[in-house]
Design a protein around this ligand. Structure first.
Ligand SMILES: C[S@@+](CC[C@H](N)C(=O)[O-])C[C@H]1O[C@@H](n2cnc3c(N)ncnc32)[C@H](O)[C@@H]1O
Length: 326
């Protein structure tokens, strides 16, 4: 049986190669795979990145295991950044090629494509954006929402957003019924349905400079993970695609942001990461703390509380419970 580095009420964190680790899990027991693998970057991060040319070959064995361990109505959400062609101001196609391989070879369905827009992203590569000024900032990352079947479990009522001030006004005052230039007929009946249905762009910075994890890394002299995603990303998809008590796995867990989001939303989680230092520092996420200066996450949490969730009692991991291992 796999040994874990730490556990919480809802999850367990393992230091391992996730390809090997996933091969020990039973078939069809995972409700959501929420992850961000190393991207095919020209300028490599310290944890190593596969080259653009080898990326699909590197990823496909993981994809086969991911497909096997997912429940029939489960989802695989993959946050993947784009890359530039070395030495040229043109974009690599590797993340689109990966998407096509995941659907055509690994058997996934593209449920919907999402984009994470980070307004605070630094201008890069400097050569094209700042020096030659012939490209603009690359400020979105693709988030491929894939599924094992065409009908993954999903409920947009769990991710409703606060109405805009205009919509709030309309709800209060009503609307004169008319036909829009597009031909859509808008009736005067506007019903408050508790919030608006979000689009497929997730807007949030990656600036948790005052967050508890970074604060504790600083205090203890631990180097923070260099490529974390913001907690708003897993919070959104976990709420949208799972119920309390469901199981979420992050096979490229880094500092375990996904585990923190699951703990908050009472989903069971498994985190797998090759680098023990990255994963170990993720423990700080589970210390009792107030989340500071993190309005997006605050809002997510408020919404999670405002919208009733379906499903029975939340089931926690029992201490020492083997869970999904054969
Ligand atoms: C982009 S980072 C993930 C960051 C994470 N989302 C967070 O918020 O902290 C990708 C991680 O995958 C890890 N990794 C790479 N290959 C792996 C493998 N075969 N098994 C497990 N982890 C791996 C790297 O060490 C790196 O920490």
């Amino acid at each position: 049986m796999n040994e874990y580095l730490y556990e919480t009420s809802f999850g367990k964190a393992y230091v391992d190669d996730s390809l090997k680790f996933m091969s020990t899990l039973t078939t069809g027991g995972v409700n959501l795979i929420m992850t961000s693998p190393p991207y095919a970057l020209h300028f490599k991060k310290e944890y190593g990145n596969a080259d653009q040319g080898d990326y699909i070959k590197w990823f496909m064995p993981f994809a086969a295991e991911m497909h096997r361990i997912l429940a029939d109505d489960g989802s695989f959400v993959l946050d993947i950044g784009g890359a530039w062609t070395p030495g040229r101001p043109t974009r690599s196609l590797y993340h689109f090629e990966l998407l096509i391989a995941l659907c055509k070879e690994a058997g996934f369905h593209l449920a919907q494509e999402f984009f994470w827009y980070n307004p605070a992203k630094l201008p890069s590569p400097a050569e094209w954006v700042n020096v030659r000024k012939n490209r603009v900032k690359d400020s979105v990352e693709c988030v491929w929402w894939l599924s094992k079947s065409s009908w993954p479990k999903a409920d947009n009522q769990k991710v409703l957003q606060e109405y805009s001030p205009d919509m709030k006004r309309l709800l209060k005052r009503g609307y004169t019924a008319k036909v829009r230039p597009s031909g859509h007929i808008i009736t005067k009946k506007f019903i408050d349905r508790g919030g608006s249905i979000p689009g497929n762009i997730i807007i949030c910075g990656n600036n948790d400079a005052n967050g508890h994890y970074l604060e504790r890394c600083k205090e203890t002299g631990v180097k923070p993970h260099p490529a974390r995603f913001p907690i708003q990303l897993p919070l959104f998809f976990i709420r949208f695609l799972t119920d309390p008590g469901d199981l979420v796995i992050d096979p490229f867990a880094g500092s375990n942001t996904t585990g923190e989001a699951c703990e908050e939303l009472e989903r069971k989680w498994i985190a797998v990461e090759l680098n023990s230092e990255y994963l170990d520092a993720g423990r700080y996420r589970f210390e009792p703390h107030e989340r500071q200066n993190d309005e997006g996450a605050e809002r997510e949490r408020d919404q999670a509380e405002a919208v009733p969730t379906r499903g029975g009692k939340n089931r926690r991991f029992k201490k020492g419970e083997p869970l999904l291992f054969d």
